[in-house]
Design a protein. Structure first.
Length: 157
């Protein structure tokens, strides 16, 4: 039996609205969290990106080399992901944000010992929440394709 693709249903207004709101909230979490303290009273915009692979948490001398700059970039990518109907870029930005926070948490744990996860401050947690919400926003972009047997009548035409 042969199958052909029927035209995919357009995304509903409610689905687009939910995707828009979740994308703005997720990107906002990533961007706002970048300016908040991550550890040792260092804001993400001041914390060197080397904190993702080293246990020393030092000040970055350039904004572009800070963890906060990466979080802001991911927030902007999540917003740009709204232009694609599938939401893949928004999901990718969220996934990379989660990876970044996990790498940071591993270095904090390695650097301070077993009770060190309490030294992760609110900025990293807000970025993590923004990343999770960005992934959820990207899921609202997924369209399912309708498949019907070749020659079957199309209902509603």
């Amino acid at each position: 039996m042969e199958y052909d693709r029927a035209s995919a249903p357009a995304q509903s207004f409610a689905g687009f609205g939910a995707r828009f709101v979740l994308t703005v909230l997720g990107a906002g979490g990533l961007i706002v969290g970048a300016f908040m303290n991550w550890t040792a009273s260092l804001a993400g915009t001041d914390l060197s990106i080397k904190a993702l692979w080293r246990t020393t948490f030092e000040r970055s001398d350039r904004f572009i080399m800070a963890i906060g700059a990466a979080a802001i970039l991911l927030g902007l990518l999540a917003i740009i992901g709204m232009t694609f109907s599938t939401g893949w870029l928004t999901r990718l930005a969220g996934a990379l944000g989660i990876v970044g926070v996990v790498l940071f948490a591993i270095q904090v744990y390695r650097g301070s010992g077993a009770h060190s996860l309490g030294s992760i401050e609110s900025g990293a947690w807000v970025c993590l929440a923004g990343s999770v919400v960005s992934i959820l926003a990207g899921v609202f972009g997924i369209r399912s394709a309708a498949v019907r047997p070749a020659g079957a009548p199309v209902v509603g035409k």
